[in-house]
Design a binder for this molecule. Structure first.
Ligand code: FMN
Length: 212
């Protein structure tokens, strides 16, 4: 039986402030677009905390503090997307599942231990997910968007997660890394593996690492 996250739940963990993201990458946007390719074979070497910070920022970093708006657009500014990072082997960061806190550019650990296998087990036979040194999980809180858009919310959220996924895909390439968007998931099982709250729905997994 798969060991799901709840046994490893971390309560009351203090936010861990991340290093400032770089705004001055050296690869042009055009070269980044040209190099983007889905990657499914990862070298085992861990990422640095700086790379983790950059990936999280590319997904949902706050770029306009007055509004809280992010690196990705958001339907009606309702900000339904949550980002979790399933982390293994990063120096100065214990293994676990971390929630990105955009306003503080920080992580809060929610689960302890290497959770990559539990997450990969909740995919439709996509075991390569467990080989990446970090896996981003993009989830949504539909109620935030439904409050404004009602029954149209699910459609909008799926579009929005696509924008976030593209940001991360391009950021990974600009860091010399690669990723793939994985939508072949067993939703309830993945929600359990990530210990998501009621009302949070996983949509994409993005394993990120250097090409094997
Ligand atoms: C909505 C969507 C869902 C996808 N789901 C998966 C998936 O579950 N597993 C996977 O390996 N690739 C997945 N992909 C990646 C595609 O297989 C990939 O983009 C396609 O083969 C083209 O290759 P490229 O990304 O290198 O251009 C998905 C792509 C999109 C846009």
């Amino acid at each position: 039986m798969t060991d799901h996250g709840q046994a490893n739940a971390v309560g009351g963990a203090e936010p861990i402030r991340l290093p400032e993201p770089s705004r001055t990458g050296t690869l042009s946007l055009e070269a980044t677009l040209e190099r983007r390719r889905s990657l499914r074979a990862f070298a085992p070497e861990p990422l640095s905390i700086q790379q983790i910070a950059q990936l999280a920022w590319s997904a949902q970093g706050v770029t306009e503090p007055a509004t809280g708006y992010r690196t990705a657009p958001s339907a009606g500014g309702t900000l339904p997307v949550e980002v979790d990072l399933v982390v293994h082997g990063v120096p100065d960061l214990e293994d676990g599942v971390y929630r990105y806190l955009p306003a503080e550019h920080a992580l809060r650990r929610r689960l302890a231990g290497d959770r990559r296998r539990a997450v990969a087990d909740a995919t439709l036979n996509q075991g390569f997910v467990a080989d990446a040194p970090v896996v981003l999980a993009l989830s949504s809180v539909a109620a935030r968007t439904a409050a404004t858009f009602g029954g149209f919310a699910d459609r909008l959220i799926d579009m929005e997660v696509g924008h976030v996924g593209q940001n991360v895909s391009l950021q990974a390439v600009a860091l010399g890394l690669g990723t793939v968007v994985v939508a072949g998931l067993r939703e309830a099982e993945l929600a359990a593996a990530l210990a998501l709250d009621e009302g949070e729905r996983p949509i994409y997994l993005m394993p990120v690492g250097r090409a094997a």
